[in-house]
Ligand binder design. Structure first.
Ligand code: NAP
Ligand code: 8YV
Length: 318
């Protein structure tokens, strides 16, 4: 039987070389003219899919691949993949945990530092020649000694907490279950938001966390508070976030993720108190290479002996 895989989204040349070494045929969805015809003609032969956190696997694709055995995801978040259907069909879903902890944590911390020190404002001040004309730029606020609440103290959340020790932060956290750590646990997210300077959101996306950061939480964070979101846009009620910033009920926001990427609410684009990034939390050469290697390693191992290195928890028993 020929080994055929489907690539959804892009892949680096290094990944393409690995796919070519492991499979007889690599179908690239991005190069397909008519998706319906392609799926009808080729669907039966495809046993493996490589995809990313944004595209996942759409229901029509899942349905059109009756012999699918493995979905290898590029990214740790897999909310765009229907794991219930995968488990029911015995399809293993894998993801890329841990290899990106450091990078995503760096992104969260850098956004926090940027917002406190107003480096984007100050950099623009120099470029616009205002230093010459207007003299010294206005001063900013110190990021040191802040109380930081982490919503989702998992692999990345703990890495963020460790990095913030260098800034003498007091760390508190909220998740569904308390962990064996020295940080103070809050069972109530709104209460935690009221007690912190900065709320960093780093839970998974999906229905369980949908709009967890709502109007009440944003109000509790308050006019001096900072919201950083490096998880998924769905975790924050984006319309309420915009309103809170517009009405001065929330002070600052650092956003790497949005509800309907790549769409960013128009109102945010002109706000000086927000930092907006195009979902680049893990986007460095080094980390993306490690993620790509893990995507390929999962496929290679599966082809060899039917096991995988990093299945998502729902598929660990398969
Ligand atoms: P993880 O180790 O599974 O940690 C997730 C944490 O969220 C856990 O502490 C979990 O604790 C908590 N959590 C889950 N559901 C919750 C809920 N309903 N309410 C409150 N807390 C909840 O995951 P990770 O590896 O740190 O990754 C986290 C997420 O970051 C990913 O799923 C992905 O969406 C996002 N991410 C974004 C980027 C980016 O580029 N911006 C990059 C990588 C990852 P409990 O189970 O105890 O609740
Ligand atoms: C990736 C991510 O940018 O790991 C995740 O969950 O969101 C990011 O690392 C994304 O998965 C690639 O599409």
């Amino acid at each position: 039987m020929t080994k055929e895989m489907l690539l959804i989204g892009g892949a680096t040349p290094r990944m393409m070389d690995r796919f070519a070494a492991d499979f007889d045929k690599v179908h690239e969805l991005s190069k397909v003219d008519n998706r319906t015809t392609f799926l009808a003609e080729q669907g039966e032969g495809i046993t493996a899919v490589a995809t990313n956190g944004h595209d996942g696997v759409a229901p029509d694709i899942m349905k059109a691949l009756p012999n699918l055995k493995i979905i290898s995801g590029y990214g740790v978040g897999y909310d765009a993949i229907d794991t219930d259907t995968a488990v029911a069909r015995g399809i293993v879903v894998t993801h890329t945990p841990n290899v990106l902890n450091d990078e995503v944590a760096n992104t969260a911390v850098m956004m926090m530092l940027t917002l406190y020190r107003e480096f984007l404002r100050d950099e623009a001040y120099v470029r616009a020649g205002r230093w010459h004309v207007e003299g010294n730029a206005p001063i900013s606020r110190s990021p040191s000694n802040r109380t930081v609440g982490i919503l989702g103290l998992g692999r990345i959340g703990e890495t963020i907490a460790n990095k913030l020790k260098a800034f003498d932060a007091t760390i508190v956290y909220h998740s569904r279950n308390p962990k064996e750590v020295d940080y103070t646990y809050y069972g109530d997210l709104t209460k935690m938001a009221a007690d912190v300077d900065v709320l960093i959101v780093i839970t998974p996306g999906g229905s369980a966390t949908n709009k967890l950061v709502n109007r009440e939480v944003l109000n509790a964070l308050g006019p001096d508070g900072t919201l950083i979101n490096v998880s998924r846009g769905s975790v924050v009620d984006e319309a309420e976030l915009v309103l809170a910033l517009q009405e001065g009920r929330l002070g600052y926001a650092g956003l790497d993720v949005f509800e309907a990427e790549p769409k960013v609410p128009e109102a945010l684009l002109t706000m000086p108190n927000v930092v907006l990034l195009p979902h680049v939390g893990s986007a460095t050469v080094e980390t993306r290479q490690a993620m790509g290697d893990l995507v390929c390693d999962n496929l290679t191992q599966f082809l060899k002996d039917g096991t995988t290195i990093s299945p998502v928890p729902e598929c660990a028993h398969l």
